[in-house]
Design a protein around this ligand. Sequence first.
Ligand code: ATP
Ligand code: MG
Length: 409
Amino acid sequence: MSKIQKVRGFQDIYGENAKKYRYIVDTFRETFEKYNFKEIILPFVEDISLFKRSVGEATDIVQKEMYVFLDKGGREVALRPEGTASCVRAYIEEKMYAEGGYHKLFYEGAMFRYERPQAGRYRQFHQIGAEIFGVSSVLADTELISMVYKILKKLKIDFKLEINSLGDFQSRKTYTQELIKYLKQYENGLCETCKSRINTNPLRVLDCKVESCKQITKDAPKIIDYLSEESEKRFTQLKEYLKALNIDFVENPRLVRGLDYYTDTVFEFTTDQIGAQGTVAAGGRYDNLVEQLGGPPTPALGFAAGIERLILLVKDLPSEKPLITVIPLTPDYNIQALSFSESLRNSGIKTETLLKEGSLKSMMKTADKLKSDYVVFISDKYELKEMKSGNQEIFYTPEDTLEAVKDKI
Ligand code: ATP
Ligand code: MG
């Protein structure tokens, strides 16, 4: 029979990679907790308008990459391509703003984009991210960036932090006009996509990876020269605060991000170790988005990290707990083995009851394949054997055996 294969762009994450996935997520979550972020578990499917109105009609994500379908009730829905839009929708819909103060949320899970699959780029991928709603102070930008910085350091990843400011609505508008003027002069040298971007999404031209576009945008006007006084002050302050916290960063005047909703601060954590897919985490401020989606005016900011890219970068996992494998010498001792395994687990010990019955030799072979550190043979006695040394000790009660195991690990 013909085998069924996974759909192009989708992946099974298992074995060592699954361990890395969990380690990465746990590391983020631990740090989020310390910063007092609260989890939000979001739906996978949203009304397609949510993404049109937030990510932006003219973006690659909305134009080309979304998984869109009609549900049986005829609703036009999309598999979420990112998490921020849903967070904002929930913030408004659940009236979190009515509680006053401000809100710090984090989320984790699968996202879907119909992109060309390659190393570090898949059609289903996973993000972990956080958002802060209701704070305009640069304190929030600083803490968000330094939090991600610390997490990536903790994961021992070699990265660079790039920052830029896109200014507020007005400075961005003025700048966009100047940029369009400049790009029009060199229109013929731009790639086909960028030619149309001049009219639909000119900022995105700065982010194009095509060499001829890069050459042209090298001397393009810089957004930094068009910032309003207020935006410039914010950006200067952010840099001051980051320096004070010993956060290393570089300014990248071409950093614009691919989504429409950003204002003022934008940042990316990048690496050159996984080829062209070098951004591992990215984010910024989006002070107009909540209002744009029908909520009260609410300054906000956030970031998302791509877990698959981090999996490619994480080298060492924390050492694993030792494994004890319990082997009934004959089926007569199965019940005794099951109950001894339970008592080990109740003491927090990672325990395998050997599930494959057979000769002593074959059971030992299986225990070895399972990477057991110790085995305990169960018969009218308890033989505890260290796999590496072959050293063996004999006990006559489960209690004594349990104590001996605890002493060893
Ligand atoms: P890129 O420029 O690499 O396409 P992006 O600007 O589309 O990234 P965001 O939408 O900001 O990325 O998503 C944040 C992070 O999610 C990215 O930095 C990346 O680590 C990860 N990511 C985005 N798209 C994919 C994908 N198709 N496969 C794997 N990871 C992805
Ligand atoms: Mg992208």
